[in-house]
Design a protein around this ligand. Structure first.
Ligand code: HEM
Length: 439
């Protein structure tokens, strides 16, 4: 098998024939183009050398890819029946569900698919944070992932506006109004430009539909970039060791196909159970009422995957600061962490992850618990004690990101300077001192 890992041989053959093709006829070129594509597929999906120690958590990337495909396919078919206008959108969704053959299924798969997509990607990101996948060589993989996540949030938000129920209209109104924190006259110009009028109307709906169709393809392109950067360096692993030629590797096929396939089966079982038996469980009852600009719902609640960020937004009474905190919470903070992790950490040679450092590990799990709690607060009304609890939770959220790089740096230093020195009686090459601390 090993000879396949280094299958440059096959690759070079194709490239060689391609470049030196004496026979310039079209058929030959087409055949060679196919060979090139086939070669890439074989190299990156079949014989891709993978660390043997990857856990099931490494299957969540493929699951995210699966959910993206599900959303693209069902979305394209739904768009054939959907009518993006204020007078027809709500009814066209009813028609899809009641009259279009298998339309109920398509709609349930697409609407719940968004939730499952976010669920899978949250775990994918959590895995990355825990095992330090955002450090050093995989930084570009993380950064492209981050842009994908932001675009997913945008796509999810505008998708929720399309059925034109009460929550669609009022959700769109609340979120687009956030732009009014910009300074005058930019606030009015940008918000009205986005709305295409003086309030959220059918015109807004139409442009949201256009963007909702476009953005998933941008995400798809970014996923290819994500994959490109990942395969350039190859996947990390739970041990945190950088794969070298000495480290045992296995071909992706059949070992990780089987492992990923187990994840596919489990996810699809859960997913299809929700689709078949509880298709509306993740939705909001107000979205079964047609959008009415004269009646505001009692509580405007976004989809569950936005709740933690929504809670951060609401915990700050100043609108501008609230919006900034939410945006920073959603994105910039990870960028900041990335910079701090990679540039400020004392020893850049050793990239010990949270999984290697006991205090950081405890902090990580507290952060996860706090993030879930923020989600709970986001769904509660803004009143005592939820408002105050939300504020405390938001402070903990930001404190984690600000403290973590320093805690990690100190822990790294202690392990390098004291633990190993005391253990070995000598200073050792930090690259050899990576070890796994279990708490
Ligand atoms: C459409 C969404 C996404 C798809 C289809 C996707 C796909 C993948 C795949 C197939 C892998 C390799 C298998 C694995 O390590 O799980 C991977 C790795 C990775 N992804 Fe994603 N991803 C997505 C979103 C994200 C997001 C939002 C982030 C973070 C902000 C992210 C960060 C990473 C990192 C850091 C790795 C490398 C992990 C390692 O090797 O240690 N991805 N992704």
């Amino acid at each position: 098998m090993l000879k396949f890992f280094n299958n440059n041989v096959a690759n070079n053959n194709v490239n060689f024939i391609w470049k030196n093709s004496i026979n310039n006829n079209k058929q030959q070129k087409v055949r060679l183009a196919f060979m090139k594509v086939f070669d890439i597929v074989i190299k990156h999906i079949v014989f891709y050398p993978t660390s043997g120690s990857l856990s099931y958590l490494w299957g969540f990337g493929s699951l995210a890819g699966l959910m993206l495909a599900v959303q693209l396919i069902t979305g394209i078919i739904l768009a054939m029946h959907f009518q993006p206008s204020a007078s027809m959108a709500f009814e066209s969704v009813l028609r899809i569900v009641n009259d279009v053959p298998s339309g109920w299924c398509l709609r349930a798969v697409h609407a719940n698919g968004a939730s499952f997509f976010f669920f899978v990607v949250y775990i994918h990101m959590g895995r990355g944070l825990y095992y330090g996948s955002l450090l050093g060589p995989r930084a570009w993989v993380w950064l492209t992932g981050l842009i994908i996540f932001l675009l997913m949030m945008g796509t999810g938000f505008i998708g929720y506006c399309l059925p034109w129920g009460q929550m669609s209209l009022w959700g769109a109104t609340v979120i687009t109004n956030l732009l009014s924190v910009l300074i005058w006259p930019l606030d009015i110009i940008i918000v009205e430009w986005l709305w295409g009028g003086f309030t959220v109307t059918g015109i807004t709906l139409n442009r949201f539909f256009s963007l909702h169709y476009l953005l998933p393809f941008v995400i798809l392109a970014l996923v290819i970039a994500h994959f490109y950067f990942l395969h350039d360096i190859s996947s990390g692993n739970p041990q945190g060791l950088e794969p070298t030629k000495d480290l045992a590797k296995l071909p992706f096929y059949t070992y990780f196909y089987n492992k990923d396939f187990a994840g596919f089966l489990l996810l699809m079982t859960l997913f299809l159970m929700v689709v078949a038996f509880y298709p509306t469980v993740l939705g909001h009852s107000d979205n079964f009422i047609k959008a009415n600009p004269f009646v505001t719902p009692a509580h405007i609640v976004p989809e569950w995957y936005f709740l933690p960020f929504y809670a951060i937004l609401r915990s700050i009474s100043n609108k501008l600061l609230g919006v900034l905190a939410m945006l920073v919470g959603a994105a910039l903070i990870s960028l900041l962490t990335y910079v701090t992790f990679n540039l400020w950490l004392i020893d850049t040679e050793v990239k010990r992850s949270v999984a290697d450092l006991p205090v950081s590990k405890i902090m990580y799990w507290l952060f996860v618990a706090n993030f879930l709690f923020l989600g709970y607060i986001g769904a509660c009304p803004i009143e005592e004690p939820y408002y105050e609890l939300g504020q405390i939770s938001a402070v903990i959220f930001f404190a984690y990101w600000l403290l973590l790089p320093f805690v990690m740096a100190v822990e790294n230093m202690i392990i390098d300077q004291y633990f190993f020195k005391a253990y070995n009686g000598t200073t050792v090459d930090p690259r050899l001192t990576r070890f796994r601390v279990t708490v």
